[in-house]
Design a protein around this ligand. Structure first.
Ligand code: AHR
Length: 521
């Protein structure tokens, strides 16, 4: 198809979708549910709200780190606007330095005086120069600055157990060893808290093209040398499966379960299901909206099946399932470096994020950590930057709404919802989850996946003492509503007034394509 014809077809398609949306606007979905506060589940660990920050595109450089001499307002080199925005959503954990970058990264190149650090080529992501000016000290101090736990991913693909052991020693040793003193000479006296250490990344792919059996042996070998001082704990995370590669999890759990605290899994939502043409982040029709939701909700099946395998080898559920890369992967924004993975972020991304977080709440017993890809300027980002400007994405606002779930106890919600169907793509129209915080307040998250119909949700409350329901809603005028540097507040949460409790029944009417979080007081 010629480009102009394609453009017309797309515009016509969007117009038809808009008309269909208008005629369906009055229609409503009716959903019923039971919230069982009297049957509490596991705690939703704050780390479920973790973020991934890789040396990729403008994720670290420009996105987080501008250097002390930058004209962009910064705090010791970290851009102040981004730091404040991340603190506001209480980012509980950051995973660094990769991703694929991790298995090419040699930590010694990123410590010591910045002007003496070697300049490398980031062969994985755009072939650009990697100045190494953001290294271990900069990462660990950044995590401290925003109050996040640290998750460092080590190098198995091109590294050695010795290099890995010495990196851990550099970060956590309280002794006067030469390596610990090197850290002191580089400006950090006290050991840092290294909360999680990942032994490689995607070692079935960019991390070394290994078989499951080969990586399992290497994992046991490398993990043995991740040694931390007595009385401290660093959780070891094993490199895990590519989405539905259940054989990987089976092989790892059979032979290395006792050597790990968590095992990872990575899953990306590709709206078109085609890696070489994932589709535009902002220009899409309703079919692609629905296809995206189907792909995103696959997370439930993946977590359920990986969990079932883990249950065979670890029935006590000691080992966690760390979904440390997930999110929607679109085509890059036109005109940007294809290796930088810079994409816009719309209500579609927000609705998919809300529904995915609800899945994680349901699986809180196994899923104790996740890291959305990625934090700033890369893939499904929280934040986009352009020189000194910053924009908070719809996905950022979902993380803001969901803050009360960090550390809350997951409560079961039995949902009876009609489907939302377009062509062959069908998903439950509404997704829900609930949690009780330390103060005893119950929070309910409701996501309306239908971009045309509002939904009235009637929830029977079992074991809830709250008498009022107040909260916030995130929605937008169109499926592709998003924030830009020119209009940064187009999509933003607002007070939600369409909920009430009568007796033991909560009723809420959700706008189409919306994410709502309610506090029951
Ligand atoms: O997040 C981008 C890349 O996706 C990561 O580097 C890699 O681990 C995954 O394939």
């Amino acid at each position: 198809m010629k480009l102009t014809t394609l453009k017309h077809a797309l515009v016509a398609g969007l117009a038809t979708a808009a008309l269909a949306g208008a005629s369906a606007a009055a229609a409503q979905t009716a959903v019923t549910a039971t919230l069982r506060a009297d049957q509490p589940g596991a705690v939703i660990q704050p780390e479920v709200y973790g973020q991934f920050a890789e040396h990729l595109g403008r994720g670290i450089y420009e996105g987080v780190w501008v250097g002390e001499d930058s004209k962009i307002p910064n705090t010791k080199g970290y851009r102040t606007d981004v730091v404040e925005a991340l603190k506001a959503i209480k980012v509980p954990l950051v995973r660094w330095p990769g991703g694929c970058f991790a298995d090419d990264y040699h930590w010694r190149e990123g410590v010591g005086p910045r002007d003496k650090r070697p300049v490398k080529v980031n062969v994985l992501w755009g072939g650009v120069e990697e100045p190494n000016s953001f290294g271990t000290n900069e990462f660990m101090d950044f995590a401290e600055l925003i109050g996040a736990k640290t998750y460092v991913a080590g190098n198995v693909g091109t590294g050695s157990p010795q290099e890995m052991a010495e990196w851990v020693e550099y970060m956590v040793s309280p002794t006067n060893s030469t390596i610990a003193n090197q850290r002191r000479a580089n400006g950090r006296d006290k050991p840092w808290k290294l909360d999680y250490f990942g032994v490689g990344n995607e070692n079935w792919g960019c991390g070394g093209q290994m078989t499951a059996a080969h990586y399992t042996n290497l994992y046991r070998n490398f993990a043995e040398f991740v040694r931390v001082p007595k009385g401290t704990k660093t959780e070891k995370i094993a490199g895990g499966a590519n989405s539905d590669d259940y054989n990987w999890t089976e092989t790892m759990m059979a032979s290395a379960a006792k050597n790990m605290d968590q095992i990872s899994v990575h899953y990306y939502t590709i709206p078109t299901s085609k890696w070489d043409h994932k589709g535009s982040a902002t220009k899409f029709d309703e079919q692609l909206w629905a296809d995206t939701m189907v792909q995103a909700l696959r997370m439930d099946e993946l977590v359920t099946k990986h969990t079932a395998i883990m249950d065979k080898y670890d029935p006590e559920k000691r080992v966690g399932l760390s979904v440390d890369e997930w999110g929607i992967w679109h085509d890059v924004e036109p005109g940007t470096n294809p290796g930088f993975l810079y994409q816009q972020n719309t209500m579609r991304d927000a609705v998919a994020a809300g529904a995915t977080l609800n899945i994680f709440h349901k699986h809180a017993q196994r899923v104790r950590l996740t890291a959305i890809a990625q934090m700033v300027n890369v893939l499904q980002a929280m934040i986009l930057t352009d020189k000194d400007k910053m924009v908070l994405t719809p996905t950022y606002w979902v993380y803001d709404l969901y803050k009360p779930f960090q550390g809350a106890t997951s409560l079961p919600v039995e949902l009876n919802t009609p489907a939302y169907t377009v062509g062959k793509s069908s998903v439950p129209a509404v997704s829900a989850s609930a949690g009780k915080d330390a103060a005893g307040v119950v929070h309910v998250a409701l996501v309306n996946l239908d971009p045309n119909k509002s939904a009235t949700v009637t929830i029977k409350l079992s074991g809830v003492t709250g008498k009022t329901a107040k909260g916030r809603v995130l929605t937008g005028p169109t499926m592709s509503a998003h924030n830009t540097f020119e209009a940064p507040n187009a999509v933003k949460p607002a007070a939600f007034t369409n909920a009430s409790i009568k007796g033991d029944t909560l009723t809420a009417t959700l706008p189409s394509k919306s994410v709502v979080v309610l506090d029951l007081n």
